[in-house]
Design a protein around this ligand. Structure first.
Ligand code: AMP
Length: 216
């Protein structure tokens, strides 16, 4: 199974992905996580991406497309994979289609996660991430068992630099301008399933997503 989770920052893509990978037994490919790991390790890619990320802007398409093309060739992607945070522009979606054709891969579904803007803002402000394993938490909606510590690995939780109010505004407007055209793009190709996620439990939303994606 190969599918995309499309949705604005704060829609919960990372949270749903961590449950969906257990259901489908496929890896999650999060371009945001890969970029953050590169920034942490100080690689060339990390150095090129950091400024864009800190400002809430998109990293240039050519960097991201090369990263994805390499990642999906890895062995763990044989049974399929879940794309979280990619594609984010029409140019990336066109490049993905080209890469899939070249590698004889078929995209099964694109899930459009719909969340109201004021809910997104609240979620992003409350979001915390584990420094060690990248686990997602939220001080309001998904608190860790012990304040400031990751439930899974005990790592220290932190607030991402791009989860500060001014940068959040930027990221939401970047989504509207550059990423939301992908909704019409995939709807036209009959690939899109809309999932409402402004309210409801995480488990219910994950169930709705997996029903929309189906089983192979
Ligand atoms: P995320 O964790 O998905 O919110 O991504 C964090 C940041 O990484 C974004 O604000 C962008 O700067 C960058 N990024 C992640 N995925 C992409 C992508 N597909 N295209 C361009 N930039 C990206």
């Amino acid at each position: 199974m190969i599918f995309i989770l499309l949705g604005p920052p704060g829609a919960g893509k990372g949270t749903y992905s961590s449950k969906l990978i257990d259901i489908y037994k496929i890896p999650q490919i999060s371009t945001g996580d890969i970029l953050r790991a590169n920034v942490k390790e100080g690689t060339d890619l990390g150095r090129q991406a950091k400024d864009y990320m800190d400002k809430g802007l998109l990293v240039p398409d050519e960097l991201i497309v090369a990263l994805i093309e390499d990642r999906i060739q890895e062995k763990d992607c044989k049974p399929g994979f879940l794309l979280d945070g990619f594609p984010r522009t029409v140019e990336q979606a066109d490049a993905l289609e080209f890469i899939f054709k070249k590698n004889k891969l078929t995209l099964d579904k694109v899930v459009n996660i719909i969340v109201e803007k004021d809910v997104l803002f609240k979620r992003l402000i409350g979001r915390r991430m584990c420094k060690n394993c990248g686990g997602n938490y939220n001080v309001n909606t998904l608190p860790p068992k012990v304040e400031g510590k990751c439930d899974k690995c005990g790592g220290e939780l932190y607030q991402r630099t791009d989860d500060q109010p001014a940068t959040i505004e930027n990221r939401l407007s970047v989504y509207d301008k550059q990423t939301s055209p992908l909704i019409a793009y995939y709807r036209k190709k009959n690939m899109l399933a809309d999932i409402q996620a402004s309210s409801g439990s995480i488990d219910d939303i994950v169930k709705n997503i997996s029903e929309a994606v189906g089983k192979k």
